[in-house]
Design a protein around this ligand. Structure first.
Ligand code: COA
Length: 178
């Protein structure tokens, strides 16, 4: 099984037992405010199954991983990255963490590890993520992991019909220093 270790965390391939974690995240408004895809009918269940299968593809395009605590093995969140073109190697990522673990530097630790992996092992040309402008925590995580704000645009929320700004953060391998 694919695994990466940081000081406090093990990032490992998703397993079917992680459905409980995704259920816990799907009923948490603080998360679904920003991760709408957890919500749809069977949204997260189908997504977890598909991601487990996608992780097994060879060559591998995607890494959808559970964020677990090294000392207890408890699954507390998800981080995923992938590309749709292994020649261009432009990687995107996403993440979510159970709120009781917020603001302890956990996602910064997980994303920094992911960014290193994408540049060092997957030969990424760029690594990018997006968030809406009021998701200050997510923007901070990307900044702390060394990404820069490269683009900002208006997006219409189809449910509320409100316009909000979306931001893209990115880093190019040209500026990656090990
Ligand atoms: C975004 C998220 C992953 C952050 O995880 P985390 O482990 O709490 O992040 P970290 O602790 O590594 O860093 C968060 C930073 O944002 C800051 N922050 C968080 N909320 C903030 C706010 N409302 N105002 C100002 N700063 C804020 C924290 O203080 C911290 O910065 P610091 O270390 O400089 O003090 C988590 O909040 C989450 O799961 N949110 C819901 C899902 C989501 O938004 N996913 C991303 C979609 S783009």
């Amino acid at each position: 099984m694919f695994k990466l270790e940081t000081k406090r965390l093990v990032l490992r391939d998703l397993e079917i037992d992680d459905l409980q974690l995704f259920y816990d995240m799907s009923i948490e408004e603080k998360i679904t405010n920003y991760q709408r895809w957890f919500l749809g009918k069977n949204g997260y269940e189908q997504w977890v199954e598909d991601s487990i299968n996608h992780n097994k593809r060879k060559p591998r395009f995607a890494y959808d991983l559970a964020i677990t605590l090294k000392n207890s093995g408890k699954a507390i969140g998800w981080i995923g990255w992938g590309t749709d073109d292994l020649e261009k190697c432009e990687y995107d990522f996403g993440y979510s963490l159970l709120p009781e673990y917020w603001s302890k530097g956990i996602m910064t630790e997980a994303l920094s590890c992911g960014v290193d992996y994408m540049f060092n092992k997957l030969n990424a040309s760029t690594v990018s993520g997006e968030c809406v402008d009021d998701n200050i925590g997510s923007a901070r995580v990307m900044e702390k992991a060394g990404l820069l704000l490269i683009k900002e645009w208006d997006e219409i929320n189809l449910e509320t019909e409100k316009i909000r700004k979306r931001r893209k953060y990115s880093k190019s391998s040209d500026f990656y220093v090990t």
